[in-house]
Design a binder for this molecule. Structure first.
Ligand code: NAD
Length: 488
């Protein structure tokens, strides 16, 4: 288990010698003491990345890709270790970290490894006598700040495209779950990434994070996290005119029509909200169900929800683990209390599990509440195993409820009517829409939002564009230019 900062290819202590603890959310025990990066450490990391940049950006793209492909293989080989590390640090059940998160991390690095030498420039058909070509140039050193909910996956979402495009990176993992990112850095060093290309500076937002945003040597900050912090980052980044990419919160609408396959929709809805304890920006946190099928649908969903196996995330039979931090558990419980004030009716869950074996952990029951769509808990991101239910009878009503939030990240619908599927997909205010499924992601498919869910995109060609700048180069091949100042 690595617990130091990773700067210039080496694991090092923090300049000021500060450390912080990362805890096991299953029982609150200390997992590791981590070196805490502060401003001077970010400066060191940025200096290392700046020195590494000329050689890295001029390396043949295929060579950069080959290193990313090797890293993908190393992650696959390390799946048991990385999955357990992630499970212990985040509380995410081992069946998911082993079966989804780590394989997806490898797949995303592999995708961008393959992308490195396919991301090409273009030639523009300009006036006769000129050759005008456009080179996608890397930006330089990019800063990446990530949250605690899918930390291993986020290393690949952020590092993959940035490195493939030829940038060097200073990444700040969350102070709550830094372990898997440090392991990915260790694997990257082992497969031959040059020193300084990847730097990991775990630490707190107000110190390490803020320094990344302020640092004049960092060309862009790519931030995934809450909308409140994202707004502050956009404001601060204006000082250095840094580019900003913001992946922020969500409040996903999940519409079930009366012609939907009810079994598939019940299962997909439960997965959409309760996977990773609801700690997903694209969680299906608002169910909008047609009045005609509501009773049957809710009966089946509530029965399924009550049967979800909540427990030690290291147990491979566990379907839902603890929330990742005590502070976040308390935030979710505050929202549960608010539900009552808002006149909400609890249909399932609604508190902490009574199992004494879980008493020291940060557990919350999978919870479903019926409440007015305008209620605070139906408008604010709860980011936990907490879903609100709303009823509709017409398409317009369903869309009005779905789009009446400030967020616009993911959304879904269940129907067997093809035209309706396309109509609603078009009219949902969201960056991603799933029809008869929920929460699908793929390294090739753009990921990001609209409204207060942020701007910019992860994944695919869009992510490569996020991390490069087009340079137009004009060559006078044989153009005869009339003299603009004939006397010269
Ligand atoms: P957060 O905003 O509190 O923190 C995210 C990261 O920012 C952490 O690394 C934190 O240390 C850092 N940070 C905090 N204050 C900072 C500051 N002033 N300057 C620079 N960095 C700072 O979010 P969180 O609680 O860790 O994560 C949950 C949030 O992330 C939710 O809102 C969720 O929706 C969002 N999220 C979004 C996506 C997406 O792709 N859109 C994905 C996952 C999570």
């Amino acid at each position: 288990m690595q617990h130091k900062l990773f700067i210039d290819g080496k694991f090092v202590d923090a300049v000021e010698g500060a450390t912080f603890e990362t805890l096991d959310p299953h029982d609150g025990s200390v997992l590791a003491e981590i070196a805490e990066a502060r401003a001077q450490d970010v400066d060191r990391a940025t200096a290392a990345a700046t020195s590494a940049f000329p050689a890295w950006s001029r390396m043949a793209a295929a060579e950069r890709g080959r290193l990313l492909l090797r890293l993908a293989d190393a992650i696959d080989d390390d799946v048991e270790n990385l999955a357990l590390l992630e499970t212990r640090d985040t509380g995410h059940p081992i069946r998911d970290t082993r079966g989804l998160d780590v394989p997806r991390t490898a797949a995303t690095f592999r995708y961008f490894g393959g992308m490195a030498d396919k991301f090409q420039g273009s030639v523009i058909p300009v006036e006769q006598g000129f050759l005008d070509y456009v080179l996608p140039e890397p930006l330089g050193v990019v800063g990446q700040i990530v949250p605690w909910n899918f930390p291993v996956m986020f290393t690949s979402w952020k590092l993959g495209p940035a490195l493939a495009a030829g940038n060097c990176v200073v990444m700040k993992p969350s102070e709550i779950s830094p372990l898997s990112a440090l392991r990915v850095a260790e694997l990257a060093a082992a497969v031959g990434f040059p020193p300084g290309v990847i730097n990991m500076v775990p630490g707190f937002g107000a110190s390490a994070g803020a320094r990344i945003v302020d640092h004049p040597g960092i060309a862009k900050v790519s931030f995934t996290g809450s909308t409140a912090v994202g707004k502050g980052i956009a404001r601060s980044a204006a000082e250095t005119l840094k580019q900003v990419h913001l992946e922020l919160g969500g409040k996903g609408a999940n519409i079930v029509f009366d012609d939907a396959d009810i079994s598939a929709a019940v299962n997909g809805t439960a997965f959409g909200i309760f996977h990773n304890q609801g700690q997903a920006c694209i969680a299906a946190s608002r169910l909008i169900v047609h009045a005609k099928v509501k009773d049957e649908f809710m009966e089946r969903l509530v029965t399924l929800t009550r049967s979800i196996k909540v427990g030690d995330p290291k147990d491979s039979a566990t379907e839902m683990g603890p929330l990742t931090s005590a502070m976040h558990r308390d935030r979710v419980l505050t929202h549960l209390a608010l539900t009552q004030q808002d006149g909400g009716k609890v249909l399932a869950g609604g508190g902490v599990p009574q199992d004494r074996a879980l008493a020291a952990g940060y557990y919350v029951e999978p919870t479903i509440v019926e409440v007015d769509p305008g209620a605070r808990v139906a408008q604010e991101e709860v980011f936990g195993p907490f879903m609100t239910v709303h009823t509709f009878t017409t398409e317009d009503e369903a869309l009005a409820i779905a789009n009446d939030v400030a967020y616009g990240l993911g959304g879904g619908l269940w129907t067997s009517d093809l035209s309706r599927a396309h109509r609603i997909a078009r009219d949902l205010r969201a960056g991603m829409v799933w029809v008869n499924s929920y929460k699908r992601v793929n390294p090739g498919s753009p990921f990001g939002g609209v409204g207060v869910s942020g701007y910019g995109r992860e994944m695919g060609f869009e992510a490569m564009r996020e991390y490069s700048s087009p340079k137009a180069i004009w060559i006078n091949v044989d153009a005869q230019l009339p003299a603009y100042y004939p006397r010269g």
